[in-house]
Design a protein around this ligand. Sequence first.
Ligand SMILES: Cc1ncc(C[n+]2csc(CCOP(=O)(O)OP(=O)(O)O)c2C)c(N)n1
Ligand SMILES: [Mg+2]
Length: 439
Amino acid sequence: MISITMPTRNRPERLRKCIKSCVDLADNPGDLEFLLYVDEDDNETRHEELQSEFPATTIKTFVGKRLFNLYKVQNYLAECANGYILAYLADDMYFTTEGWDTRVKESFTDDQIWLVHPYEKYKGARGAPHGFLSKKAMEITGIFFPDIFAYNFGDTWMWDVYQSIGRCKCLDDVHISHDHPGFSERKKNPPLELAQYWDDTYREKYKISEDITYLEKDKQTYRKTLPERQEWISKLKQYIKNWSKRMDKDELIQFENDVKEIFVAGKIKAPVHLADGNESELIEIFKDIKRTDWVFSAWRSHYHALLHGIDPEWLKDQIEQGFSITICNPEHKFYTSAIVGGIIPIALGTALGLKIKGSSDHVWLFVGDMTSRTGAFHEALEYARGHSLPISFVIEDNGISVQTPTKESWGLDDTDVRVIRYEFKSSYPHVGAGKWVTF
Ligand SMILES: Cc1ncc(C[n+]2csc(CCOP(=O)(O)OP(=O)(O)O)c2C)c(N)n1
Ligand SMILES: [Mg+2]
């Protein structure tokens, strides 16, 4: 979902035009959320009517004190947003490109650390007066926008920070128009149609007192903020670096040893399924798995979760809480089920959904050797093959189902070339750490 944060004041018609352009030109207006901040003394904006006028989308209004600080308003709205992409748009812009939302969503691959911005008539690709950031980035920097400015330089800050980490993306094919050009443009060629918008609201905001304008004051503040911007840059860089790093064999083994110790001490009041002996195979397989792919696994999923980039601390905490056999992390598109075969139709349906949407993401399904004998597995394999779905099947063959030797019970060997298969031998039993534990 894209959440659009939008402070507005006394411009009902332009606000309408802006929302209308966003909704009419979006491929998926149901996946948009508008968060409007309306000043309590604004009696022109008929925000109550907007939701019924645009039923295809979600419009939430927050009425509050006039804050005289655009970024405080935007930060407040961003905190309330549900989307993983946050947009800072102004109520005097409007999109002119169909499918703008799909283009924006596509741009947020990898680690989500991007400033994506449309091509704007006056600034072109040379700045991002309007843009899209991720909630992830906001988590890392702790705040959506720095709120030390009143009205200016927040977007300059973003532009500088994201440019210097090489994560600024101008969508040349997504255009917006902005009824509020920069000063130089206005001086050179004052557009008549804009003059009417140059109302008291604007004049008021550009003047603090007789000798200083907000613009001048914000500029002075900006010059002093290099250390703060550098702090953002290093936090974001660090995140990007950690994100692309995968655990190596020793780190995986160390993680399981830690879990084993905690379990044997009786501190995890639920079953744990430990793995070992398959680190190298999994590390090899995960080289082909993009961080943005979907991974589905079963009860023994610690290694899969770690190799898919899930935070080891978060995972350990989940295991300690007793969720070892049902680890799920939507942010990383990682899902498991402890029901034999339970995850198979979910993975298959996800692959079907991706194909229908035309997504370039891929689904990876990990199952045990006995699970690969179930009807659900064979049906899924046939259906995926018949419909050319973006899904890969991986069979993890430890030769047993709990304690039953799989090959003995089925009387066959496996030579199916349509699936990835690796064999391994774990020194742990099916469940637990090989030592009886009383909780
Ligand atoms: C529907 C269902 N039946 C039985 C079980 C109990 N069970 C849990 S894991 C498992 C063994 C599955 O063997 P395999 O697919 O080879 O997995 P692995 O050896 O990797 O654990 C069984 C029977 C279950 N979780 N769900
Ligand atoms: Mg098995």
